[in-house]
Design a protein around this ligand. Sequence first.
Ligand code: MSP
Length: 507
Amino acid sequence: MAQPFFVTTPIYYVNDVPHIGHSYTTVVADVLARWRRLWGDDVVFLTGTDEHGLKVQRAAEERGVTPLEWADQTSERFRETWKLLDITNTDFIRTTEPRHRVGVQQFLQRVYDNGDIELDTYEGLYCVACELYYTEADLVDGSCPIHGTPVDRVTEENYFFRLSRYEGRLLEHYTAHPEAIEPAGKRSEVLGLIKQGLLDFSVSRTSITWGIPLPWDPEHVTYVWFDALVNYCTAVGYGSDPERFARFWPVDYHLIGKDILRQHAVYWPAMLMAAGEAPPRHVFAHGFLLVGGEKMSKTRMNQIAPADLVAEFGVDGFRYHFIADQRFGPDGDFSYEAMVARYNSDLANNFGNLASRVLNMATNYVGGTTPDAREDGTLVESSRAALDGLRDCLDQLDFSGGFGAVWQLIKDANAYIEDRQPWVLHKAGDAATTAAVLGDCLEALRIVALLASPVIPHAAAELWRRLGLDGAPEDQRLPGAAAWGSADTEGNRLEKGASLFPRIDRP
Ligand code: MSP
């Protein structure tokens, strides 16, 4: 039976519309999901929307609609964007769905029954934009350290999750599982936070109504972060399908931005421990995409909509950029100029030229079908190196490194053509060597199409078709399908076709 693999993105707030920051995490998760499917895994790839809390309630009030009407509209925007970007999520959870409500209530009840949720009075400084309490020490110039906006002083009788009881167990867990937080710098940050001492946090509100009522005291609604984090469990059957939950939990990868590390690496594992469930296997916190060196935000008006870039670069061009141009981990600056430059060099030149050169020569010199001969030259080793490099890097979630290895195969194939000069061989009447050289190039192209398919699925599938291959790259299974000469390709009818990535020329 196929091995289960479960990867998640954060569930996005519905008070915002999708921008390239949200799509960054989602594209990366999609590449990972597609990659694991090539290895035959049974992949659950979860994304969704976070729809409760004060922020959403206020956004809806401002527009004179109900919170649910507002959530319906914006949740749909996320779905549309993921469709546009060819995201292959297998589920999309909304925290307003009954399956989620039932699971959250069961989760809360468990933690309450275990004695880790208790009633208390609290006075604190609350940032509505973060939906988080801060201490005086956290504030910067008296304002929220993330948003720079004033915080509210709030006094409430609340139920508290006894996070402070979990310091020891969290430290023990992270000592035994250093791989549970990546990259390493983020792990140190989290260990530092835990060692400083953890404060209990409130898990309920009486001041708002837009949320999930506590099962034992329905006057209170669940704190939005507690509610949201549990989505990762409810989506795979917590509270509704225990067998499915047992199959997919613990999650393999939570991919998140560094802004929500504390919630995922401190709150969440402690909540899971309190409910008697295992903590996540890996939480990977990536850096931020900056625009002109600044964080994107509604107030700065520097948010970029994915659809605007897709209109110019295509879906594959969009996906490729965020995978290849940013290292997955540190912050990265988004620039339009860099996007054009990388598109032209990697996609139009390296990838596109290789495909059109090889298909053109095969049409002109060997009758437009795949020859039954090969040289089995240097590209055999290059192909192996591409698969090994891609696998080693993707095991570490080093996406730019991984696809860099695939692009090395493309460069090697272009260099091989320069070296062997099939046009000279053809002119000299050496039909056998011409066919063998092109046989190698076509085999390398097949392997490129397969290995590049997680990041540029459209172009890969189109190239696959032009190579006269059956099915689609996503139907193939690794490592076998990437082995040199593993496919029966002789006599395949080839098709030249138009340029896969037309150059973008800017004045
Ligand atoms: N709803 C919470 C998450 C709950 S998860 C149980 C939330 N939502 S959010 O809409 O604000 O999304 C935050 C996430 O969006 C970040 O963690 C990151 O994955 C992504 N990004 C948003 N802006 C980003 C950048 N500028 N750059 C990279 N990713 C960013 O927090």
